[in-house]
Write a protein that binds this ligand. Structure first.
Ligand SMILES: [Mg+2]
Length: 338
């Protein structure tokens, strides 16, 4: 396989603010694996919060270029086992981009979309939410009016979280889910859950600090809304740790190292009765089209990345009022434009 690295700066439609940071542009790395006329694409984004930069990811991949280029891809799982020991990192974003590219290439070579190759039925796919970042209440209302959607994920973690949700509720009947990105404490979470449930919120994502397991135990027992782990569930081993502390987990491809480990995490979570969501990280259509292949396995999905960026660097899925429509192309359906 030939390895080709591309970098882009995705321009965001709105300044995106969550508890950790605020930004206008999303730098991203697209990994291409080429074999004959087949081209597979994968993606990982620069994420300063985790110390992940384009330069770092490129250096990691350049270091394993000879191992990749001498490899004959038979299936993505074997490739992941082969290459992952060399790309282990607290935040295996480069491994993720490479694994998605390998899956995409394998699907295209097999003449199948990935979900078909995995034997999945897409008839009951969950719809995706549309994320409303933290802003003034007026701007958040504006965004809801600008993008009518059946399901919104509202980023919280301000001094007036309940007020925000009450105000947004006046403007839509859509289902809400909220993400506090670790901003609340135990009592706040338990009390907020009561009010949020009345406001039509279906679950709360990561209300408290990632390592507050003691607090989560209490919240798990007392919250009237399901609690989904995000910052507390990063890699495969975390799924087992979340059992009995959360009602579900949010799996992210970049945090766990790609589609291959994500599929294992989803299977493990369902086996122990945890709900599963997959979340995006403001990817282009390369990353979102990879997430889409997992839809039949998911209870919830947050993959509105392509609706939040201006740049359209790739073909792939489209989203129609929350419903994900697959591309005609095999693999993930993504191809770089130009
Ligand atoms: Mg989150």
């Amino acid at each position: 396989m030939q390895l080709i690295l591309h970098t882009f700066k995705l321009k965001l439609k709105h300044t995106f603010t969550i508890t950790h940071e605020s930004r206008n542009v999303q730098p991203t790395l697209i990994v291409e694996l080429r074999e004959g006329n087949f081209r597979g694409f994968g993606e990982a984004t620069e994420t300063p919060y985790y110390g992940v930069t384009l330069e770092k990811m490129k250096a990691q991949l350049e270091a394993v270029r000879p191992l990749i280029e001498k490899y004959d891809l038979k299936n993505p799982e074997d490739f992941w086992q082969y290459i992952s020991p060399y790309l282990q990192d607290d935040h295996p974003f480069a491994l993720c981009a490479l694994d998605i590219a390998a899956n995409d290439l394998w699907g295209k070579k097999s003449g199948k979309k990935l979900y078909e190759a995995w034997g999945l039925d897409i008839s009951k796919n969950p719809i995706t939410d549309y994320t409303i970042g933290i802003d003034t209440v007026e701007k958040m209302v504006e965004k809801i009016k600008e993008v009518p959607f059946p399901l919104y994920k509202i980023k919280l973690g301000t001094k007036e979280d309940i007020k925000i949700v009450k105000e947004l509720r006046k403007h839509t009947n859509a289902v809400f889910r909220v993400d506090a990105n670790t901003a609340w404490d135990v009592e706040e979470t338990i009390q907020n859950a009561v009010q949020l449930k009345e406001l039509g919120v279906e679950f709360i994502e990561q209300p408290m600090k990632a390592d507050n397991w003691e607090g989560m135990k209490k919240v798990y027992a007392e919250s009237v809304l399901p609690i989904i782990a995000d910052e507390s569930c990063i890699v495969e081993d975390d799924v087992a740790r979340c059992y009995g502390f959360f009602h579900g987990v949010n799996v992210k491809l970049m945090k766990c190292g790609g589609l291959t480990p994500a599929k294992r995490m989803i299977a493990h979570a369902h086996k122990v009765g945890l709900k599963v969501m997959v979340g995006c990280m403001t990817e282009s259509n390369v990353g979102c089209s990879a997430i889409a292949q997992l839809l039949p396995l998911l209870d919830y999905v947050d993959m509105d990345g392509i609706l939040l960026v201006e740049d359209h660097i790739s073909t792939g899925i489209t989203i129609d009022y929350g419903k994900v429509i697959y591309a005609a192309e095999n693999g993930t359906g993504a191809n770089l434009i130009g």
